[in-house]
Structures are given as C-alpha cells and as structure tokens.
Design a protein around this ligand. Structure first.
Ligand SMILES: Nc1ncnc2c1ncn2[C@@H]1O[C@H](COP(=O)(O)OP(=O)(O)OP(=O)(O)O)[C@@H](O)[C@H]1O
Ligand SMILES: [Mg+2]
Length: 288
C-alpha cells in the first residue's frame, strides 16, 4: 500500500481544443498527497488549477480529449485501471456553480441519486443519506427542492451529494466563488470539519488565500501550468518574490509585517504572521 492517496508523476496535458496552440495546460506536474491532508491549490488565472481537479477524478484523460503523459495514482492504483463509476467513489469533485451539479426534485433525492447507481442495498443508501444530512446540517431541507435554496445552501447540498458516494478524496474547485462572505465561511467550516473530524483528504482550489491559510496544511502554488511553490502556508508566503513574479497577493497581515520588517523584528519575532489570529496573538504578547 502506498503512503499517498494521490500521486501525480510527471504529468503533462495539452487540451486538443486549447486556445493557445503551443502551451500545454500542465507541464511536468508531480504532486503527492497523504491521507487526511488538506491541500490548498492557488495560482493565477489559467495556471492549470481546474485541470488538476479534472485529473484527480479521471475526467482527464478519460473524458476530455488531449495529449496526456505521466501517471496518476489514487490509493496506489493507476487511474487508467479504474472505471468512471469506480472513480466517482474514489474522488468526489465539487464545482464552482452548485446549481449545475443538482438535478433532483428534493434534497433527499439529490443525496441518494449517486449511490442509487451503485447497486447498493436500499438500507445502505438511506443510511448514508441520513448520516450526511446530519453531518452537513441539511435535515431541515430534506424535502425542499434544491432549486429553491440559496447559493450557499445549494453548495452544501452539492458537497453532501458527493459525500454520499463515500469518496476517499474530496476535490473542490472554487466552491465559494459564487457565494457571499457568510456562506463562504460556512462552506470553509464544513470542509474543515470533514478534514479534521473525519480525516478526509481535501484538495481545495480557491482565491480566498487569507481564509484558506487558516485551514490548509499545505499550499500548492501554480503558475502557467507548473507548480512553483509547495509547502506549509508559512513556507510558501516567505517567498514574497515568487508571489510578486506571478502577480499574486500574499495575506495582508503577512505583507504588513514585511513592510514594518525592522520594527517587527524588534518584537522578537522571526516568522511573519499568516492569519489575523496570528497577528492578534503577536499584539497580545507585545502587551505583556
Ligand atoms: N476545456 C478546455 N478546453 C481547452 N482549453 C482549456 C480547457 N480548460 C482549460 N483550458 C486551458 O488550459 C489552461 C489551464 O486552464 P485551467 O482552467 O486549468 O486554469 P485555472 O487555473 O483553473 O484558471 P482559473 O483561475 O481561471 O479558473 C488555460 O490556458 C485554459 O485556457
Ligand atoms: Mg479554474
């Protein structure tokens, strides 16, 4: 058994109908993810983040045409050997637009829809739906039409319907991009709970870098089809030059500490803060 739930090795991919003729969307990507890890993928537009998501659940190379080379393994098995149905049980994919992922008349039907195609006993399907309704706090929405819900509620249903497949890895591609700040925090809180309490492996693509920094174990930073940084939030944000080069912002508190660097070091601090909570702690310790 491999120590990684997901292994990408030397992956190159070029879309057949890519707007640019020369450039592959992914260039020599290698990435290993451990069970229970929470990985945040960030990077500029068109850097290949969504393409990585499509790789993780086998859409690439199975359903999207292009030139592919390299290997993708889930739980130690090459995804070439997995059927599409099997892949949906290994990797759950949540997309930016929740409405596009919903199709059923009620929230409950949405949750049982995926597992119903797996030829599982009815009791097992119902037990899964009940468990996930509770977990994602959707009990009160059980009989509602998913289309009558707010964007944030819809995204919770979309996440719940993916979870009823019992995936090993949860991949979310900008799940909060259409949501208001409150719903965004709520979705982050759910994802975080799945990761911390249920040891679910999570790969999250997001633009909300500051919010992500609070939760992820690790950031993978992409630019132009390549991984340019890979490490803990503190490690990656210490490479201010790389962020400048790829025209991405680092968290405000981190850049602020950089601006007042000399003063900051007088406080006896060597590591920059990453989250607002870090900053509060530093300010509090200065008061003592
Ligand atoms: N279905 C597709 N067909 C052809 N080219 C595509 C397709 N999807 C993405 N591309 C191209 O592949 C490259 C990587 O795109 P990708 O969508 O993976 O980037 P991204 O980092 O997710 O960008 P964004 O931040 O805008 O979501 C881009 O040059 C894009 O134009
Ligand atoms: Mg994208």
């Amino acid at each position: 058994m491999s120590e990684y739930v997901l292994e990408l090795k030397d992956v190159n991919f070029k879309y057949d109908n890519a707007p640019s003729i020369e450039e592959p969307a992914l260039k020599n990507i290698s990435l290993n993810v451990r069970k229970g890890e929470f990985v945040g993928i960030i990077g500029s537009n068109n850097s290949g983040k969504s393409t990585i998501c499509a790789l993780c659940n086998g859409l690439i190379p199975k359903s999207i045409d292009g030139e592919f080379s390299g290997t993708v393994k889930v739980n130690g098995h090459d995804i070439k050997d997995y059927s599409t149905a099997r892949m949906s049980q290994e990797v759950g994919l949540v997309l930016p637009d929740p409405e596009a992922q919903l199709s059923q008349l009620t929230v409950y039907d949405e949750l049982t829809f995926g597992p119903s195609n797996l030829e599982l006993p009815r009791e097992e399907i119902e037990a899964r739906a009940e468990r996930i309704l509770k977990l994602i706090r959707l009990e009160n929405f059980r009989d509602r039409s998913p289309f009558s819900l707010s964007g944030g509620e819809q995204q919770r249903v979309a996440i719940a319907s993916v979870l009823t497949m019992n995936p090993e890895i949860l991949v979310l591609d900008e799940p909060t991009s259409n949501l208001d700040p409150l719903s965004t925090e709520e979705i982050f809180e759910i994802i975080c709970r799945l990761n911390r309490e249920m040891n679910m492996t999570v790969i999250l693509v997001e633009h909300e870098v500051e919010l992500m920094a609070k939760y992820v174990d690790r950031f993978v930073v992409m630019d132009n089809g390549r991984i340019v940084l890979d490490g803990t939030p503190r490690e990656v944000f210490s490479h201010k030059d790389v962020f400048e080069q790829i025209r991405m912002f680092i968290p405000t508190v981190t850049s602020l500490a950089g601006v007042i660097d000399e003063e900051y070091r007088k406080w006896g601090r060597h590591e920059y803060p990453i989250t607002l909570e870090d900053m509060y702690e530093i300010i509090d310790s200065g008061k003592e």
